[in-house]
Design a protein around this ligand. Structure first.
Ligand SMILES: C[S@@+](CC[C@H](N)C(=O)[O-])C[C@H]1O[C@@H](n2cnc3c(N)ncnc32)[C@H](O)[C@@H]1O
Length: 258
């Protein structure tokens, strides 16, 4: 999904992202929370300069606040000023974090600058994913590491099915520019070493309202009768089974230049 106006509207404030995060927070079957798992993958005792791209509201750092290495120099960035301000507000008081507003397509830092770059569910939003990966390779030191998290093609497929069945809108494949399936190939053009780590999880949703809010937060235009049709479909699903299972497929790429 990389329609610029749509994305700017979607991420102007943190409301939509929060609605979706809440569904994952409440109904994920894995007790190993996503941001904790990611932080475990990037841990290092060394003194590092670290850049997060598309930081959103800073959840990665907020959920791991007590574990942030004081020796790291951290820069959090996002193309949405609203997101950066929210992250700054939530993480106030953490001294080794700086904040900047910019997009992944043009990164305002010199070449060979960072030891670690993180893009946690961001690259599929890039206007030009290959250009963004090129920029990341440029600003990363030769012995640096790039961590890129993304979803697989089957991720939340049941939600796309509900939208299609009730409104005829087909939004499947909108995040296909950088997925768990094609990410390694795209990264390997700039990074000779690419490994992938999977995060096993699913959603077992037992309440209708948070699922409805999630669908409404996706930013698609629904008429009043389409909204009603979605609600009716969800009511029917919960009535029949009491629980709605939603597939999650998420992966973290670890990319290195050498
Ligand atoms: C799915 S959210 C992930 C947020 C955060 N990384 C997390 O894990 O909670 C995607 C984020 O990428 C930002 N974003 C979208 N397109 C971007 C771009 N081209 N450059 C930089 N940030 C972008 C959005 O504003 C949003 O905060």
């Amino acid at each position: 999904m990389n329609n610029s106006d749509f994305l700017k509207k979607q991420y102007r404030t943190s409301d939509n992202l929060n609605a979706r995060a809440q569904l994952h927070e409440k109904f994920s079957t894995s007790k190993y929370r996503w941001q904790i798992w990611v932080f475990d993958q990037i841990q290092s005792d060394k003194k590092l300069s670290v850049l997060e791209l598309g930081c959103g509201t800073g959840e990665l750092w907020l959920q791991n606040k007590s574990r942030i290495n004081g020796k790291w120099n951290i820069t959090l960035s996002d193309f949405s000023r609203g997101m950066v301000e929210k992250a700054q507000q939530k993480l106030a008081g953490i001294k080794n974090i700086e904040y900047k507003v910019f997009g992944v397509e043009s990164i305002p830092f010199p070449s060979n600058f960072f030891d670690m770059v993180i893009a946690n569910h961001v690259l599929f939003h890039a206007q030009n994913v290959e250009q963004a990966i090129g920029e990341i390779a440029r600003i990363l030191k030769d012995d640096g590491v790039f961590y890129a998290a993304t979803n697989g093609e089957a991720h939340t497929k049941e939600i796309f099915d509900i939208i299609f069945q009730t409104t005829g809108q087909n939004h499947k494949g909108e995040f296909s520019s950088f997925t768990a399936e094609n990410g390694a190939e795209l990264l390997s053009k700039q990074f000779p070493k690419v490994a992938v780590r999977s995060y096993p999880d699913s959603l077992m949703v037992t309440e209708m309202e948070p699922l409805f809010e999630y669908i409404m937060s996706m930013g698609y235009f629904f008429t009043g009768s389409e909204k009603n049709a979605i609600k009716k479909k969800l009511q029917q699903m919960f009535l029949e089974k009491g629980v709605v299972k939603i597939t999650k497929k998420t992966a973290l790429f670890v990319a290195q230049k050498q």
